[in-house]
Design a protein around this ligand. Sequence first.
Ligand SMILES: Nc1ncnc2c1ncn2[C@@H]1O[C@H](COP(=O)(O)OP(=O)(O)OP(=O)(O)O)[C@@H](O)[C@H]1O
Ligand SMILES: [Mg+2]
Length: 413
Amino acid sequence: MATSSAPIVVGIDVGTTKVCTLIAEITDDDQCEVIGVGIAPSRGLKKGAVVNTEDVIDAIGASLERAEKQSGFDIVSAYVGISGAHIQTQSSPGVVAVRHADRQITEDDVDRALEAARAISLPSDREIVHAVARNFVIDGQDGIKNPAGMIGHRIEVHTTIVSGATTSVSNLERCVQRAGIELKSLVLQPLAAGLAVLTEAERDLGVAVIDIGGGTTDVAVFMEGALTYAASIPVGGQHVTNDITVGLRAQFATAEELKVRYGCAMPEMVPEDRVVDVAAFDGGSDGTEVSLREVSEIIEPRMVELFELVQEKLALAGHRDGLPAGIVLCGGTAQLGGLRRLASDMFRTPVRIGTPTGVYGLTDQIMTPAFATSVGLLKFGLEEGVEPVSGPRVPALSGIGSALSGWLKNLLP
Ligand SMILES: Nc1ncnc2c1ncn2[C@@H]1O[C@H](COP(=O)(O)OP(=O)(O)OP(=O)(O)O)[C@@H](O)[C@H]1O
Ligand SMILES: [Mg+2]
């Protein structure tokens, strides 16, 4: 296997429809250069959670193999995305005293404050996935993002605790380990997606990212630069395809192709007389003409229902009236025709489609909304301050962790 003088970061997005492994080299100027992409069809997941371990291990293995072959690297460890309806968030404060005589706050003090915030009572069947630092208060002074190096007596941190069901977390961890990979950290999928598609200004102002995948729709809210809320709804693009199968009595492959090529979430955008012959599709043997307006009329109620569920989640998070920077849609289903317009009509807020940015190299396949989470995992790894994770002779990393600032540095795995 090849070796590199640069450190490597690896992200594995285990989605309901695809598993995507990305391998990136971290360049001297702290950028991710993608050198391996492995996309494999996913099996063994339902609504974002593992239901068949062997199938998931096989899918991860196939995706790893492709990425390894392309990059020439042997993957040792990776950041892995987690999602599912079991994910919950809550706020938690942590307070500690600064003990040094000079009162200068160190990274250790910050870590102790975060540790204190993690000391919450969770039901025995749940565990913490992240403690995200939102804001620090030092001796009463609010709004501090990175207190290390400041002088103070008392550190107070306000965090977003992301927790998941222990069974779901353990099942995913087990699949990754059995695929031969050491888990660096589980990363909440919409947190990763937010890193890939949101601008810093959006995250500061307040924004919701909605990742509409195959089996799930993940919602994450960012305010003042940090994650403040996340939830997962067990509805995605596969439900739309299923609806078309039932509505038109078509095969799944035909319905999927109809949706991807011609689907529209707003019937009024489709001319009433437009038809396509599904016999021309791969796997489509029905040999009938289908009205695209009719297809759209099948899609619309499912997407309206989904956005109503998202609205309920946002209302629960205290954002009934929307967020200042609006909504960013990503995930494969974000590419559905008319979806942006439907969303802006329903949420009455600016809506844009989010495509991942900020990574270089072999990006042809991955710069689409479906790969927001995959790209975000690389960015998470980069910002957390990676150690060498791949290749037998990769030299130790220096400098990246210390060069980083910002809220991500304060995430604990
Ligand atoms: N152009 C398109 N128009 C509409 N839907 C599309 C398009 N391209 C892909 N999709 C849909 O996107 C979905 C897959 O999205 P994505 O790759 O984000 O899912 P995933 O990450 O595997 O799943 P999840 O995040 O739910 O676990 C599929 O249902 C697919 O039909
Ligand atoms: Mg996904």
